[in-house]
Design a protein around this ligand. Structure first.
Ligand code: HEC
Ligand code: HEC
Ligand code: HEC
Length: 178
């Protein structure tokens, strides 16, 4: 940019100088002055060409560099897009599991059926909290395992039922007759 400015300034001053010289010598131009004016004109033309060349060269360089940067940035953008897609997929999986989960599962036992808000737990705790590393499916817990798992987490989180009758619905079982 600076070079361009200087060249333009030089051209301008040469032009100015050329004009003043010409004006002053309109009445009686000496051959020396005519030659000087001609030479100045040539110089101005040359300078003009030089400016054009420089501008073209700069444009070419900029284009070249832009292409280089684009080439380098493109894979990064692709990687970023992929990462965003992965995160989205992970979030969706957590919010809405791929497999539809029953709203509730009823765990039958002789002490009164236990109704587990399955979907609520699945969404809040994630499948592995109860199903472990196995593919989620029918789960046989048994008394000891169930108490350890269910009550264990409720106590740890200080949320969820820990009293017998809060989980074992003896009355509800009798009313529903199942
Ligand atoms: C709070 C513990 C818990 C969580 C969390 C949990 N499950 Fe379950 N799941 C169970 C229990 C207990 C059973 C067995 C119920 C029974 O006795 O039939 C079961 C049964 C199932 C079954 C078979 C019964 C049915 O409803 O078809 C599937 C499928 C299942 N779970 C899928 C999942 C998926 C998928 C997730 C995570 C998105 C998940 N579970 C999260 C406790 C859990
Ligand atoms: C990993 C932790 C965790 C496990 C395992 C777990 N729960 Fe819970 N449960 C919770 C939390 C946290 C709450 C409280 C949720 C709330 O209040 O929104 C809760 C609430 C409940 C409630 C009350 C639901 C309501 O809407 O008020 C019941 C019933 C329940 N759990 C049954 C069970 C049973 C049965 C099991 C075992 C098969 C079990 N939970 C295993 C974390 C767990
Ligand atoms: C957080 C829920 C929860 C609480 C609280 C709870 N239980 Fe349970 N309990 C269960 C579940 C679920 C089963 C069934 C396990 C299975 O069979 O897979 C069970 C099974 C049992 C069984 C075995 C029944 C059978 O058919 O073998 C007995 C007995 C029992 N509970 C007694 C109690 C008593 C007594 C308390 C209170 C001190 C209690 N439970 C508190 C969830 C609970």
């Amino acid at each position: 940019m600076k070079t361009k400015f200087y060249v333009i300034a030089m051209v301008a001053s040469l032009l100015l100088w050329g004009c003043t010289k010409e004006e002053k010598t309109t009445e009686a131009p000496t051959p020396e002055l005519t030659t000087a004016v001609e030479q100045t004109k040539e110089k101005v033309q040359e300078a003009g060409e030089a400016v054009k060349d420089t501008a073209t060269a700069v444009e070419e360089k900029v284009e070249e560099k832009t292409a280089e940067v684009e080439k380098k940035v493109e894979p990064m953008v692709e990687k970023g897009k992929q990462a965003v897609a992965d995160v989205k997929a992970a979030v969706e999986k957590k919010i809405a599991p791929a497999e539809p989960v029953a709203e509730t599962v009823v765990i039958e036992n002789t002490n009164g059926k236990v109704v587990l808000p399955h979907k609520k737990h699945a969404e809040a705790q994630g499948c592995p909290a109860c199903h472990g590393t196995q593919k989620p499916g029918p789960l046989k817990l048994g008394k000891e395992a169930a108490h350890a798992l269910c009550q264990g987490c409720h106590k740890k989180n200080q949320a969820g039922p820990t009293n017998c009758t809060q989980c074992h619905q003896k009355k509800a079982q009798a009313i529903e007759g199942c």
